[in-house]
Design a protein around this ligand. Structure first.
Ligand code: UTP
Length: 433
């Protein structure tokens, strides 16, 4: 018996040693020696936790993404054309009524759901806590971004005599805080049973030398994998199945940080159904040719959004026959999908882009470093890269002052100050109607 015991212990140890050696080999192959040093310093159970995390990471993929950060993006070989759109302002009364009636019917019959993507880090805003918990200083008392969204949906529920299921995508990092915040505020009066939180996936953060950052809890620091992660997360979390069970046909997916976002725009919905497309999007005209927003176009015959950084200057300034910017419809994170479209996208890999961001980390001496300028790459899939999987998209041009009040930066453009002004002016106009 004692012989068997020591044999098993030995066998166990050997397995453990082999497991560690395999991990060390992988870390060496991908120049992550600082993680080997960390492993050597850690005691159980922390060591085990780190080993498990390492085993789940695709180092080859991450290093490939890191290498891509050094390459120039080429779009020259692609055929790029402008994309048609409807201008909400220029629709005839009959056309608008027709779209609105079709859209209303879908919402009233309980076939409409909304997803809020709230898994971002909000690094530019610098607010501690999930972005939805940021209080916008409106009307003296202020309103939280989640509160503003809840109010928008509650208005729609009242108007269409329904309760729209509200799915909120969080990150592993901010899920608990988001849940606690919503509980504490009683879901801002929204029907609690119609609010579903789900977490998105994450990927390691990498510094300029290709080394993965270490987090405070002595693991590899990871961050959410971009708003494009919404499709696969909807499926793997079971939310897509939940939508199907509820008989949902159309899903609006929007961000958490637009203070005048309309999540139940019946004109947009009716237009999409009338045009017989699977995806639709609201745009606003670019403020100037060099505004830092992505614009809609058709690339090789498929709908696409080109990021401002990838749009050649000549194209950014090109004027069409009506004297407007040819590539002037900007993407404002205001998208509609059929349930089938979500299912399809959720099974396709979307490409990852890199964003150079500020991320704190633990250095080799165990000290926390809080950078004051960007220091690391975050890899993100973008929701709009899914458009290329379709032949067509319906675009509705809205109005900036009615549709777009982003809260992105701490100060200056797209900041709480500009969003507050836009929000208050918007509601002043509504109240005068
Ligand atoms: P942004 O790309 O503007 O990112 O997100 P952000 O995290 O809010 O801010 P920065 O860039 O770190 O300053 C647009 C929308 O997509 C969501 C955000 O929460 C926001 O609603 N998002 C972004 C996610 O849900 N997950 C992500 O991984 C990234």
């Amino acid at each position: 018996c004692s012989w068997l015991y020591s044999f098993n212990t030995l066998k166990g140890m050997n397995n453990m040693d082999k497991k560690i050696q395999d991990v060390v080999d992988v870390l060496k192959e991908y120049n992550q020696e600082h993680i080997i040093n960390l492993l050597n310093k850690l005691e159980e159970p922390k060591k085990q936790e780190l080993l498990e995390q390492i085993n789940k990471i695709d180092f080859h993929q991450i290093m490939e993404l890191y290498d891509n950060t050094k390459k120039e993006i080429e779009i020259k070989e692609n055929v790029i054309e402008s994309i048609p759109y409807y201008d909400k302002e220029k629709l005839t009364k009959e056309q608008k009524n027709e779209f609105d009636t079709i859209g209303e019917e879908i919402i009233k019959s309980g076939k409409y759901a909304v997803v809020t993507m709230a898994g971002g880090q909000g690094t530019r805003l610098g607010h501690t806590g999930p972005k939805g918990t940021f209080k916008l200083d409106v009307y003296g008392k202020g309103k939280y971004l989640f509160e503003i969204l809840a109010e928008n949906l509650k208005d729609a529920n009242k108007k269409y005599n329904t309760i729209i299921p509200w799915y909120i995508m969080t990150s592993k990092e901010n899920n608990d805080q988001t849940q606690e915040f919503l509980e504490k505020n009683n879901y801002f009066g929204y029907d609690k049973n119609s609010v579903m939180l789900f977490e998105q996936g994450e990927l390691p953060l990498v510094d300029t030398e290709g080394k993965m950052l270490i987090s405070k809890d002595l693991k590899i620091k990871e961050a959410s994998d971009g708003n494009g992660g919404v499709f696969s997360s909807l499926r793997t979390s079971g939310m897509l199945a939940d939508m199907k069970e509820r008989g949902i046909k159309w899903v609006f997916i929007g961000g958490v940080d637009n203070a005048i976002l309309k999540m139940a725009d019946v004109t947009l919905l009716g237009m999409a159904i009338d045009k017989n497309v699977q995806i639709a999007s609201k745009s606003v005209v670019k403020a100037n040719p060099h505004e830092r927003v992505g614009v809609f176009c058709k690339m090789n015959g498929h709908p696409k959004v080109i990021e401002y950084s990838e749009l050649p200057e000549k194209m950014a300034e090109e004027i069409d026959e009506n004297g407007e910017l040819r590539y002037g419809e900007s993407h404002i994170m205001c998208n509609l999908f059929t349930i089938e479209a979500i299912e399809k996208i959720s099974k396709e890999p979307l490409i990852y882009h890199s964003a150079f961001k500020k991320n704190s980390y633990i250095d080799e001496n165990g000290k926390e470093i809080v950078p004051d300028s960007p220091n690391s790459y975050k890899f993100e899939a973008f929701i709009f890269d899914s458009f290329e999987l379709f032949d067509d998209i319906a675009i509705l041009r809205g109005k900036r002052e009615d549709d777009f009040a982003p809260v992105k930066n701490k100060e200056g453009v797209d900041s709480p100050k500009t969003a507050k002004e836009l929000y208050e002016k918007y509601w002043e106009r509504q109240n005068q109607k």
